[in-house]
Design a protein around this ligand. Structure first.
Ligand SMILES: Cc1cc2nc3c(=O)[nH]c(=O)nc-3n(C[C@H](O)[C@H](O)[C@H](O)COP(=O)(O)OP(=O)(O)OC[C@H]3O[C@@H](n4cnc5c(N)ncnc54)[C@H](O)[C@@H]3O)c2cc1C
Length: 410
């Protein structure tokens, strides 16, 4: 087998994971990352059994597990204290659990492994801007100054939800920003007052508060890395963020206190609205995810709202499936890429559909959907078949609309 020369754009989650798998197979990999000195940034994310299995295969799971917070399930309450949904991982498998982590912990585990790998070249501070055809079906990656890198046999676009490479491949159907996003704050929780579950409180479709146990945070940031953390997130419409920052801060704190009487210690740590990070979400649809020599992975290929908590997990799974497809057809790149798109269709199709369908029930201006949700969900989640489908959805292992289960690597 002739090793492939592979260029990967983006060193977030999908990019470094794909680099590690492919370099292990003997390919030569170059990663281009626009940030000059990548740091462990972000707030809490949930590593589901799917993402955990991929990290185990990459040999970096122990670091993440050790710094994460084990979650046995999820509980959503209404503003009146009634339980809307309660889901437990153990109801589908005793082996399953979620891991609340700081995004930076995942980043540092992957980044450190990439830096150590002799077959991976890491070019930092390089912002990819487009692709230029070279001879023999290869591509140069071109930066914003017109400098060319490569040529590469395969380009992997893993440059996130706002990818600049979707125009070059012409695969994009839609890439729309959601009208809603979330404010995030990462608080110290040394006594682990929030532990064991993701806690969410909803009031209609316009108010949603989450408390995600987040473990100890990254080792690299040097700021209280040993302190246990909890991530607070608060749903907010994009067009409200400005006014929240200007005048809404104190009223917001009062609103949180109304919804939860145990969050005071978190609110006490937030002294100004600037401490809350705003993140907006995108809904990206493309099909298939490859051309003859370019493939999109992660948020670049299929960003969604984080309602089902799957973003990083889908990105990791993409990287593993792509590497396995290339390992199966080492000398037939086109066939390997089309196998990749075929293998991902069902899993990604399900999660994109489910997220799109569910999001307006939790984040929208459609009040009637909130009433319907409050009436229907407690009944539905008690039906064993529906409950199982909900838990499988949460674990990331729902293989598609036929309700089959993904097989996790041993
Ligand atoms: C800074 C940041 C903070 C985040 N915080 C959270 C969070 O708190 N909670 C949560 O649930 N999700 C968060 N996410 C999203 C989450 O990490 C992703 O949904 C998930 O990990 C999918 O990963 P990805 O590799 O597809 O994309 P990403 O993780 O977005 O990685 C994309 C990478 O590509 C780089 N890049 C982008 N454009 C270019 C370019 N033109 N040339 C070169 N490099 C480029 C970016 O700098 C980034 O490193 C965050 C993402 C980022 C980038």
């Amino acid at each position: 087998m002739r090793p492939l020369d592979i260029g990967i754009i983006g060193c977030g989650t999908a990019g470094p994971a794909a680099a590690l798998f492919l370099a292990e197979q003997g390919h030569d990999v170059t990663i281009y990352e626009r940030v000059e000195q990548p740091r462990a940034v972000g707030a809490g994310i949930i590593l589901q059994p799917t993402g955990q299995a991929v990290l185990q295969r990459l040999g970096v799971f122990e670091h993440v597990k050790e710094r994460g917070a084990r979650l046995d399930g999820l509980v959503v309450h209404r503003e009146n204290g009634k339980t809307l949904i309660e889901l437990s991982y153990a109801s589908v498998s005793e082996r399953y659990y979620g891991l609340g982590i700081h995004r930076g912990v995942l980043f540092e585990a992957l980044f450190n492994a990439v830096k150590r790998h002799p077959r991976i070249k890491l070019l930092l501070g390089v912002t990819g801007d487009g692709l230029v055809r070279a001879a023999n079906k290869r591509f140069f990656m071109q930066d914003a100054h017109g400098q060319r890198f490569g040529p590469h046999d395969l380009i992997i676009a893993a440059d996130g939800a706002k990818s600049r490479f979707r125009d070059d491949t012409g695969l994009l159907r839609t890439a729309d920003p959601y009208p809603w996003g979330a404010l995030w704050y990462l608080a110290d929780d040394p006594e682990r007052r929030f532990s064991g579950k993701l806690y969410q409180t909803v009031s209609g479709t316009r108010r949603m508060l989450g408390m995600l146990p987040t473990g100890r945070g990254p080792e690299l940031d040097g700021s209280g890395a040993q302190t246990n953390k909890v991530s607070l997130y608060w749903s907010i419409a994009v067009d409200q963020v400005e006014s929240f920052r200007r005048t809404g801060f104190e009223a917001w704190k009062a609103e949180i206190r109304e919804l939860r009487d145990d969050a005071d210690f978190v609110l006490d740590q937030i002294e100004s609205p600037e401490q809350l990070l705003f993140s907006q979400y995108h809904d990206v649809v493309m099909s298939p995810w490859h051309t003859r020599a370019v493939v999109h992975l992660g948020d670049s290929a299929h960003a969604t709202s984080p309602q089902l908590g799957q973003g990083a997990n889908l990105a990791l799974w993409d990287a593993m499936v792509l590497a396995d497809a290339i390992a199966e057809e080492p000398s037939e790149l086109v066939r390997a890429l089309s196998n990749y798109s075929r293998l991902r269709r069902s899993h990604l199709g399900y999660y994109q559909f489910a997220t799109r369908a569910l999001t307006p029930f939790f984040q929208s201006n459609h009040d009637a959907l909130g009433v319907l949700r409050d009436w229907f969900m407690p009944i539905a989640s008690r039906v064993p078949f529906v409950n199982r489908a909900m838990v499988l959805g949460m674990t990331g292992t729902m293989a598609g609309f036929t309700m089959g289960e993904l097989e996790l690597p041993a």
